[in-house]
Design a protein around this ligand. Structure first.
Ligand code: NAD
Length: 242
């Protein structure tokens, strides 16, 4: 049985719900350069373009629904603590809302959220579902200084202190659909491993940090993850190796 489980998800868990991963050939990301739409410098150069890029993504996720992998994690978060008195924390690099739609709670969105906006003037972040422009006003301070609430390259992810604490006490770390090239998330397995946690990765193929995990379950997360979660809830534990 585990006492503290930490889950990390990346773009791969949402791929089967129709949200393209970072490096896909058909993705929104491929139509723009990362430096233009995912850095503060890009935003300063062309704020209209960057607002529009995230507006389009915000609109596009409205019709997307969670797949069996998101639903399995929501089940794990609810049932494992009830049955075994453990904690199950969910950290995501995703900016979509599919974990919320699946019924997960207290999700740590370390890279921000499409359905949130950040005011550069007063620093407030709040839920936001419309389109934004450089002229949109902050509902708190009324300045025209809103930006997408996304952590761009070169910026500090949210809630890192809390995430570190969770990693340093966990005994099971699960990473799903993450390429292992975007830090600091790519280093989470090493931290969990250093305190003796069992580390399991779910991906189509071994990620860039795949060798840091005890083992990986490779294939579509919508298939591999529900099976793993069912067994975890049923038996309380997971295989130590494959
Ligand atoms: P990534 O796009 O770099 O990698 C996705 C990983 O998922 C790959 O390793 C791929 O092999 C794997 N994958 C693809 N389909 C899968 C499936 N069906 N089952 C299991 N694994 C699958 O994603 P990343 O590591 O999360 O880093 C990219 C950054 O881009 C993140 O920081 C995130 O903020 C952002 N992003 C978010 C979304 C989203 O919110 N859905 C989408 C694209 C990018």
């Amino acid at each position: 049985m585990f006492n503290h489980i930490v889950i990390l998800t990346g773009a791969g868990i949402s791929a089967e719900s129709g949200i393209p991963v970072f490096r896909s050939e058909t993705g929104l990301w491929e139509q723009e350069r990362v430096e233009d739409v995912a850095t503060y410098e890009g935003f300063s150069r062309d704020p209209v373009k960057v607002h529009n890029f995230y507006n389009k993504m915000r609109q596009s996720i409205k019709t997307k629904v969670p797949n069996p992998a998101h639903l399995a994690l929501a089940r794990l978060q609810k049932e494992y603590p009830q049955k075994y008195g453990a904690t199950v924390d969910l950290v995501t690099q995703n900016i979509d809302d599919l974990h919320e739609k699946a019924g997960s709670t207290d999700i740590i969105h370390m890279h921000g959220e499409l359905n949130s906006i950040l005011c550069e003037h007063c620093g407030k972040r709040y839920p936001y579902f419309e389109d934004s422009t450089p002229k949109s006003e902050c509902k708190h301070c009324h300045h025209q200084s809103l930006r997408p609430d996304i952590v761009w390259f070169g910026e500090m992810p949210y809630q890192m202190e809390r995430i570190e604490k969770l990693l340093y006490r966990c005994d099971l770390f699960i990473a799903i659909g993450t390429s292992g090239v975007v830090y600091p998330a790519a280093g989470f397995c090493q931290v969990a491993s250093s305190v003796g946690a069992l580390c399991v990765e779910f991906n189509l193929e071994p990620s860039a940090v795949g060798s840091s995990f005890n083992y990986g379950l490779y294939g579509k997360a919508s298939v591999t993850l529900p099976q793993f979660v069912d067994e975890l809830i049923e038996k309380g534990t997971a295989k130590q190796s494959v």
